[in-house]
Design a protein around this ligand. Structure first.
Ligand code: GLN
Length: 476
């Protein structure tokens, strides 16, 4: 096994046992980036020099027995995380040459924990999208088949972990942008509870929905990463002062008796048959482990996309108003089509005369969706659903049909509207079928829980992974 293929857990063990150095590990990731980035377009900025320097410093610390939780672990970050002195574009030409003066809180926490930043990852511009194709720097390719989308908006974040260019990566999820690309690239993606991880220094998309999460190769790694990033931040008033548990502590707890809800609204005609089959197989695994499977209903799910695509553009139109080209960045004419579409939609639904008809009504629907989950979590501990109604699609297939693109978020947006956490876990590969057209493409399931139930999600996800090891690597 090459060093860049290791998980966080394996890399930490190897580093502490001095089987290899942080420099070896970092160089092995940088080599993989140099080899594959021309093909995948996952990185917009590669921090060769900075990463090598940070690795050497990590080796010094490892030598004296420093036990910082991510010491020497090479990671990469969606280009929407502010990184001091490192170009940050949000994948938009508006910020083509923007160099932040400070690190986002999560970036600071990751660096303080010893992580090494390899570079900045391509995404849909401003995190608007589900395929990565809205990037002003060209789309990211799916490592399992480069003709297909890796999912979006955190496209580069998913691809970099799937292709072993980084050991883990940071992303953001406003309506599914971590869970969807995680499912499409066969990696683990966590959207934490709203407020669990600070948004300070993350370029804002839709402030009441944005969650700051990450991509890893295993569920255990996801827990180790959240151990570092979660917690109260005085720069973000939406982070509550709740203790941060050791998220890796309960991974091996028995799941016997755990009540898992299956919402009927997520298993209707629109769902691809093979995805349904795979999801049902995963559910039966939990049943065999002694979990209790319970049919539930989340009755307002049908209205989620409509509500999301009013609330989110409303907040986008407000957040993007700050790019006025007076203080920093290029002219507003540099905004791409999708950003312009959202600014116009949001401005419209917030304007006098339309506010009550659209925005206010959407907010009422949001409350109903949140209540659906509150009711459901009186009966069940967690909920399992598919992540996406379809397999990854071909690049170019939906780019001229925004509505079709928006519908791919149908199973993910409700978690953002309700502020609950969601973990996307790979459940297998579908295809290739006999037709030469069809590729082998990954599928994921989504595990949802009440606010601040990340420990339970990790427990369920980890148990699944142990019983169903994920060995499918892309052939690159
Ligand atoms: N695909 C969704 C959108 O376009 C979600 C984006 C996200 O989560 N950042 O809004």
């Amino acid at each position: 096994m090459k060093l860049n293929e290791l998980t966080i857990k394996q890399a930490i063990d190897g580093l502490r046992k001095k089987e290899f150095s942080a420099l070896d590990l970092t160089e092995s990731c940088l080599d993989q980036i140099a080899r594959l980035n021309p093909l995948l377009n996952a990185f917009l900025t590669i921090c060769n020099k900075e990463a090598i320097n940070a690795a050497k410093q990590a080796d010094e610390k490892l030598r004296i027995g420093d036990k910082s939780p991510l010491l020497g672990i090479p990671i990469a970050l969606k280009d929407i995380y502010l990184t001091k002195n490192i170009r940050t574009t949000a994948s938009s030409k508006v910020l083509d040459n923007y160099i932040p003066q400070y690190d986002a809180t999560v970036v600071k926490k990751l660096k303080d924990a010893g992580a090494i930043i390899l570079g900045k990852l391509n995404c849909d511009a401003w995190a608007h999208g589900s395929s990565g194709e809205n990037s002003d720097y060209g789309p990211v390719k799916n490592p399992y088949n480069v003709e297909y989308t890796p999912g979006g908006s955190s496209s580069g974040s998913a691809a970099s972990v799937a292709a072993d260019m980084s050991i883990a990566s940071g992303g953001t999820d406003t309506g599914g942008s971590i869970r969807l690309p995680a499912a499409f690239c066969n990696v683990v993606g966590l959207k934490p509870t709203y407020g669990r991880v600070s948004r300070n220094g993350i370029i804002a998309m839709s402030s009441s929905l944005d969650s700051i999460g990450h991509f890893t190769k295993t569920v255990e790694d996801s827990a180790l990463y959240l151990n570092v990033t979660a917690g109260k931040d005085s720069f973000d008033a939406t982070t509550p002062n709740l203790p941060v548990p050791d998220y890796s502590k309960n991974l091996n707890k028995s799941i016997k008796g755990t009540r898992i809800g299956i919402p009927k609204e997520f298993f209707t005609e629109g769902l691809d048959k093979k995805i349904k089959e795979k999801t049902m197989e995963a559910i039966s695994f939990f049943e065999k482990q002694g979990a209790e499977i319970i049919d539930i209903s989340l009755p307002h799910t049908d209205y989620a996309i409509a509500a999301y695509y009013i609330i989110q553009p409303a907040e986008v139109s407000s957040n993007l108003a700050r790019y006025d080209s007076i203080r920093y960045g290029n002219k507003r004419s540099y905004f791409g089509k999708e950003a312009k579409r959202r600014i116009m939609l949001g401005t419209f639904t917030l304007s006098a005369g339309y506010y009550d008809a659209y925005y206010k009504k959407a907010m009422k629907v949001r409350t109903l969706i949140k209540k659906d989950y509150e009711e459901a979590f009186k009966k069940v501990d967690a909920i399992i659903t598919p992540v996406s109604p379809t397999l990854p699609w071909k690049l170019g297939e939906k780019i001229n049909d925004p509505l079709k693109m928006y519908l791919s978020d149908i199973f993910t947006v409700t978690a953002n509207l309700a502020g609950i956490p969601g973990l996307s876990v790979p459940i297998g590969i579908i295809g290739p079928s006999t037709s030469s057209e069809q590729a082998a493409l990954p599928v994921g399931m989504q595990i949802l829980g009440p606010q601040f139930s990340e420990e339970l999600l990790f427990n369920l996800g980890h148990q699944y992974e142990i019983g169903n090891p994920n060995k499918e690597k892309p052939q690159l």
